[in-house]
Design a protein around this ligand. Structure first.
Ligand code: NAD
Length: 257
């Protein structure tokens, strides 16, 4: 307990001294909201192997399977609400303490507390809608579900007939260039990089904490388990994110008042 107290003190000091903090989040940032992560013992990967982009393109049968898996996860996402950590991250953006939220999450939960897309960089896309891989047309998930229900086939674009996929980035799918460029620019502008709830195993996303550190920012990792980048960090807190941030917030408000 004393160790955690000391770590929160250290974190509070870093946050107070920072001028441009960058918040980087992974699946662990949303587990408190009821969405399992990938790599924890009860994570998605223990039950479902992800379908890679090439496989998705390869056959209608695989696409149908991918959509069925997607809707099982989507049900959880749809029923979840932003947690206290999402609220605090949003507050830091609004106060101008943080320059951006770079997220690997596809649940859209960072859009809370008045936060607009300008401040959130979704590296792996967004799972609350679908797009056509040919023409980019947006399709709503209700429409996708209805097509599957009626035809027992994966949907084709209403405009061009192309393949429709959730607006998320699968393994093997090219990363969105605009988001990568925005994340790079926020990272290089950062003097405190806070990586939370990520195993930091998925690249290029995990390259951003490395880039921040190499650029002279302080690097803090908050994660239940050790990560591959702990050796690089100025501070590692192996604790629950919600509790850690609630304790931090309390400490900061006591220091300000
Ligand atoms: P990951 O599953 O590889 O790692 C999550 C990490 O968070 C784990 O190391 C775990 O120990 C830690 N963790 C879980 N709950 C925590 C908590 N309450 N407090 C502190 N630590 C906690 O996730 P990743 O690094 O984000 O990479 C997996 C990929 O999976 C990402 O690309 C992401 O797109 C996708 N994904 C997204 C969601 C989502 O949108 N919510 C959910 C599952 C997977």
């Amino acid at each position: 307990m004393r160790k955690l107290d000391h770590q929160i003190d250290e974190l509070a000091g870093l946050v107070q001294r920072a001028e441009r903090m960058t918040i980087f989040t992974g699946a662990g940032f949303s587990t408190e909201c009821g969405i399992p992560d990938f790599r924890s013992p009860d994570g998605f990967w223990t039950k479902h192997r992800p379908i890679e982009f090439g496989e998705f393109l390869s056959s209608e049968e695989t696409r149908l399977d991918a959509w069925r898996r997607f809707f099982r996860i989507h049900e959880l996402v749809q029923n979840s609400r932003p947690g206290r950590a999402h609220m605090l991250a949003a507050e830091w953006i609004r106060e101008g303490r943080a320059n951006a939220i770079i997220t690997q999450n596809i649940d859209g939960l960072h859009f809370c507390n008045g936060i607009t897309p300008d401040s959130v960089i979704e590296l792996h896309g967004n799972g609350t809608y679908a797009t056509c891989l040919e023409c980019g047309e947006r399709h709503e998930l209700e429409w996708v579900a209805a097509v599957i229900e009626l035809s027992k086939r994966p949907p084709a674009c209403q405009t061009c007939g192309g393949i429709v996929k959730s607006a998320t980035i699968s393994f093997g799918q090219p990363m969105p260039e605009n988001e990568l460029a925005r994340a790079r620019s926020a990272t290089l502008d950062s003097d405190l990089f806070l990586a939370m709830g990520s195993s930091l195993q998925v690249y290029p996303a995990a390259g951003f904490p490395v880039m921040a550190k190499q650029n002279g920012a302080k690097l803090v990792i908050v994660n239940r388990e050790p990560t591959g980048l702990d050796g690089l960090a100025d501070l590692v807190i192996n604790q629950e994110i919600g509790e850690t941030l609630a304790a931090l917030q309390q400490k900061l408000s006591r220091r300000i008042s």
